[in-house]
Write a protein that binds this ligand. Structure first.
Ligand code: AMP
Ligand code: ZN
Length: 139
């Protein structure tokens, strides 16, 4: 995947503001932050989405996200932190290399200011439960 910008960052072909690195994971500052201090955690290996990831890389990323999230929280005296992980275009994924956002949050900053939940029609919740559990059994 030579054209992947995050693979280029992993290989050192494009610079990044590095926060931490180990065998499996790289974390760096997001160049276009939702709020200052917004950080990314990525697996060094290229995967399109979360769902493609090897369990060991996923574990390494989640543990790094916990560490980096704590540091982001402290570093800007944030009142909250979102862990955001987008998969596919419809969910806002612009870079097709799986990654995790650690976004520091402040009261009234306007990000995700509404969570427009929609109640199920009668029977809808149970129908969706059945579909999800069936899909789960397919792996
Ligand atoms: P997503 O929409 O989940 O794919 O998010 C991609 C994120 O990558 C965005 O927040 C971008 O600002 C960030 N980004 C893109 N290129 C770079 C880069 N060269 N260095 C740091 N962050 C980047
Ligand atoms: Zn990549």
């Amino acid at each position: 995947m030579p054209e992947c910008i995050f693979c280029k960052i992993v290989k050192g072909e494009i610079p990044c503001a590095k926060i931490l690195e180990d065998d499996r994971v790289l974390s760096f500052v997001d160049i276009n932050p939702i709020n200052p201090g917004h950080a990314l955690v990525i697996p060094k290996k290229h995967y399109h989405t979360l769902f493609d990831m090897d369990p060991d890389d996923l574990q390494a990323c989640i543990l790094a996200a916990q560490k980096v999230g704590k540091a982001v929280h402290r570093s800007v005296a944030a009142e909250g932190v979102n862990l955001v992980q987008n998969n596919y275009r419809a969910a806002g994924q612009l870079i097709d290399h799986a990654h995790f956002h650690l976004i520091p949050r402040h009261e009234g900053d306007g990000f995700l200011s509404s969570w427009p939940g929609k109640p199920y029609a009668p029977g809808g919740l149970d129908a969706h439960l059945k579909r999800i559990v069936e899909a789960l059994s397919q792996g």
